[in-house]
Design a protein around this ligand. Sequence first.
Ligand code: IMP
Ligand code: MG
Length: 195
Amino acid sequence: MAKKKVADDKAIQDSPREGECVRPLISSTDIQQKIREMGQRIRVDFPGEPLLLVGVLKGAVLFLADLARQIPGEVTFDFIAVSSYGKDTKSSGQVKLNKDLDSGIEGKVVIVVEDILDTGLTLQYLLRVLQQRKPKSLKVAVLLDKKERRIADVRADYVGFVIPDEFVVGYGLDYAERYRNLPDVGILSLPGAPH
Ligand code: IMP
Ligand code: MG
């Protein structure tokens, strides 16, 4: 077990580009354990109901894949893609819909699955768009919540981990499209930034 942890830490530290550094924050073991609990809670809240998981591309893909396998009963998926303008490590505040859902959601129990809740502007926009389509119920599951950074008045119904105001990568979360494949979540420091 201890050996595995060392191997995970090594894997996360081996891949960064020159000058970039990823410090482990949440291990894949802890992520998987939390997702098991979240999946069970979701099913307890909606016993016997078909659930539609709406994954927010691309960051939530890994989380959705694991969460879906921890929810017993009927579960389907759909995906939506949004972007906040700019590819910096800070959200610009303006959100654009890049890919819509394949099917309607009217009358369905919908759970939006997001990787991270930061300012909340992305989620606020998504919830407004989806609510207009009259789902039976609209809930939100996020793996990570950077509570301190919230600007929009939104909250998630299911939260994996509350994390500090640091830029994180791994387990779906990217920096310039890289690091999504790391099995753990880590804090990214960029060249020139103090460690
Ligand atoms: P919000 O609109 O500020 O809540 O930002 C949500 C989106 O910004 C997330 O879905 C992520 O794509 C991205 N994001 C926010 N914080 C981080 C981070 O620490 N690492 C990677 N992506 C992040
Ligand atoms: Mg995202």
